[in-house]
Design a protein around this ligand. Sequence first.
Ligand code: GDP
Length: 297
Amino acid sequence: DKIKQGLKKTSDAVNHSLDSVFAAFVKVDDDLLEELEEALILSDVGASTAAKIVAEVEKRAKLRKTTTADELRDLLREVLTDNMLDNQPLNTDGKPAVILVIGVNGVGKTTSIGKLAARYVNEGKKVMLSAADTFRAAAADQLEIWAKRAGADIVRHGEGADPAAVVFDSISAAKARGSDIIIVDTAGRLHNKANLMNELAKIDRVISRELPDASRETLLVLDATTGQNAVHQAEEFNKAAELTGIILTKLDGTAKGGIVIAISAGLGVPVKLVGVGEGIDDLIDFDRAAFLEAILP
Ligand code: GDP
């Protein structure tokens, strides 16, 4: 029930705004649909996604001749389910699998990598961390602390080193030690889209050459407490990198969890993992049904 706990603030807020719509229900008309749209926007679903969801609710309500608040609630849950991507666990088949992690400073990138490493170590896997965020010296130091805590190996170079060279050495070390998973911490900043694309392309070439058959993930870490700003970051990064998923952190600290819908239904990138606390086991697989159950019981 970690997801339920982590979503407490969000579910309280979303329940509150949707309940007032259902409580005022008389029939499905323009006023009601407008209120529903407003409630979704209030819940950080985002204006364009809210409009899309409500248009679909309207269409299906007409077809089904929806006449009660309960039917409308079920219909909304159904439309949200159909518009959000299904659960997609990380693909770590093959050996070693490579997980690239990108995101701006402060979003919880290092913490999430540490938690992920700990999880795989607990599953009996051998994990190699690759400190390819060579932009800040402190980044590799932080990652090293997490490597120790999680029981993972780490490869690091000095500050300002070539990230692709770090990745190359990490792959060699992973092959030598028989690692199952390499998790790469990249600088992955977006201050300059061309720079980010070049950096990721260079890393990509090294991985493709050294591990042509490896399972790959490119995960963007977003801070849920920043609400629509996180959605905006997702849009920008999605143009610069081939994202396979999102890690949404700090869900426990915010009522803005509705951005999961904006990202999944609006942007079409799956939220794969959510951070629900600062502890080492507070990173869990995202579950669409559990999420919708929490916000629309
Ligand atoms: P980075 O700069 O992106 O590497 O960010 P850090 O990993 O250093 O995390 C920044 C802060 O966010 C730290 O204080 C973390 O403990 C905190 N943090 C990360 N994930 C979560 C989460 O899911 N929930 C909470 N409450 N705090 C988190």
